[in-house]
Design a protein around this ligand. Structure first.
Ligand SMILES: [Fe+2]
Length: 199
């Protein structure tokens, strides 16, 4: 199926660039240069932090891999603010130009399979897809709670998830699909986000 945002390609980056990352300073500079919208920047930082935490705690990966995961999360929506019609294509081309690890670029390219036409394959791909929508819904919920994230419970998030009008832009079908692909339950994912995500 072809959509307006279809990337129409399945191969990303150069295998010779495997292991290459941006420094945290360079990644932050790119984030701030490209994304002027504070809410979007916060979303990307939140997804980046969740990816890094998951790599450390659930995949038992070392600091270098934790940063690869975090970088994918941190930059996944970098072009959405200024170039929505070109979403994903721009950041992919930028990271290719900077000789970034193909696995990081591929994770970004597959964070919305229904839009970009790229299936998540690795665990990093799948977790980025899984965290993306649900992180946003949990954050929206925190904003309507007097205590924010403090005392937030699974059942409150589940209730909001069932209300179709709450954070209506969050695609519930994508969340179900992403959890199934990642082999984790929705509840497990929500608990992890509640425990690790802060405003
Ligand atoms: Fe996102």
């Amino acid at each position: 199926m072809s959509t307006p945002l279809s990337l129409n390609r399945q191969s990303f980056g150069d295998p010779a660039d495997a292991g290459n990352v941006l420094t945290r300073e360079d990644a932050d500079a790119l984030l701030h240069d490209w994304v002027k919208n504070d809410r979007l920047r916060l979303h990307m930082q939140q997804v980046g932090a969740l990816m890094g935490a998951w790599a450390r705690e659930r995949e038992n990966l070392g600091p270098e891999d934790q940063w690869r995961w975090e970088m994918a999360g941190l930059l996944h929506d970098a072009d959405w603010d200024q170039w929505p019609a070109d979403h994903c294509r721009r950041i992919i081309e930028e990271l290719e130009r900077r000789h970034v690890d193909p696995e990081i670029i591929r994770a970004i390219a597959s964070h919305g399979p229904a839009h970009f036409g790229v299936e998540p394959q690795t665990k990093m791909d799948k977790m980025l897809y899984a965290f993306d929508e649900l992180s946003g819904l949990v954050h929206a919920y925190s904003l309507m709670r007097p205590g924010g994230y403090d005392g937030m419970e699974l059942k409150g998030v589940l209730k909001r998830l069932k209300e179709k009008t709450f954070a209506a832009g969050v695609n519930r079908d994508d969340i179900t699909d992403a959890c199934a692909r990642a082999g984790i339950t929705q509840n497990e994912l929500i608990e992890f986000i509640i425990a690790h995500q802060r405003g």
